[in-house]
Design a protein. Structure first.
Length: 274
């Protein structure tokens, strides 16, 4: 099962004062179910951007938590369900993208994006998403996201088409030798994402984290949308290319779970220091 509510990890911090060593305990609180549910509420304030995420494919691999922890920046901790960490590859369609204070800019509102991510929480116990990479075929979006959100965006040649519910999706990051290719379709079987389920743990994430190498600081931003409607997905083809690019090796294992999500309209809020 998921981390027990109130589970704690204690860390010993030694501080030397003159010749006396003082041991000060600090507590890192793992997220409770209540903390996860609370993030589903819409934040106060005005969002900086609106987006629609359409036909998002969730491919999840179970992973060793220690291996994931070794990849995280200071201040983030691997989030686990049943003592397992998870890595996801998520190809999807970005539609109707615009700043909250501007109308849509022609030619920039609709594009493709593919993310590689894992699940984390910070010292406060706030669960969220850590992105290993975000590939996109819209150069302006790549530039702005890197500049204002310190996210690891990359330009890519991407194409996708859908025919009678069957998707063919291709992503080729500029400068890389191989392209990632995914073939999939939605099945009629819904996936329950009620609190306490694995689907809730993986999909219902309303905070992202970013780390600035320049400032050496950790940042976070809230997102908000309606709860996901998830369905089982049938994979005709899956690809490990994007995992390998991020130095993650699934060892030829197929994903443990494949889900397709109904579209959600998303509000993105400003980035702030943790």
């Amino acid at each position: 099962m998921e981390n027990e509510p109130g589970a704690e990890i204690r860390v010993r911090v030694e501080t030397t004062v003159s010749t006396t060593t003082v041991i000060t305990p600090t507590v890192r609180q793992a997220p409770t179910i209540e903390a996860r549910k609370a993030l589903q509420q819409e934040p106060a304030g005005t969002p900086v951007m609106y987006q629609t995420w359409s036909d998002l494919l969730f491919l999840h691999w179970e992973w060793d938590p220690a291996e994931i922890q070794a990849t995280l920046p200071p201040g983030l901790y691997v989030d686990t369900f049943g003592e397992k960490a998870y890595v996801a590859v998520t190809p999807f369609f970005m539609n109707d993208v615009r700043a909250s204070f501007l109308p849509e800019i022609p030619g920039t509102a609709n594009f493709l994006e593919l993310n590689v991510r894992t699940y984390v929480y910070d010292q406060r116990g706030v669960p969220g998403v850590w992105f290993y990479s975000l590939d996109c075929n819209q150069s302006l979006a790549v530039m702005l996201a890197k500049a204002f959100y310190s996210l690891p965006y990359h330009s890519a040649e991407m194409e996708a088409k859908e025919d009678s519910g069957f998707f063919q999706y291709r992503c080729h990051r500029l400068g890389e030798r191989e392209a990632a290719i995914f073939h999939y379709r939605k099945e009629d079987k819904p996936v329950s994402a009620q609190p306490g389920t694995l689907a809730f743990f993986l999909a219902e994430r309303y905070a992202l984290y970013a780390y600035s190498q320049k400032s050496q600081k950790l940042y976070t931003a809230r997102v908000h949308h309606a709860p996901w409607q998830l369905f089982q997905a049938h994979l005709g083809k899956f690809d490990e290319t994007m995992l390998r690019i991020n130095k993650l090796d699934p060892k030829l294992r197929p994903p443990n779970h494949a889900w397709l999500a109904a579209p959600v309209r998303v509000k993105i809020y400003a980035l702030g220091e943790v």
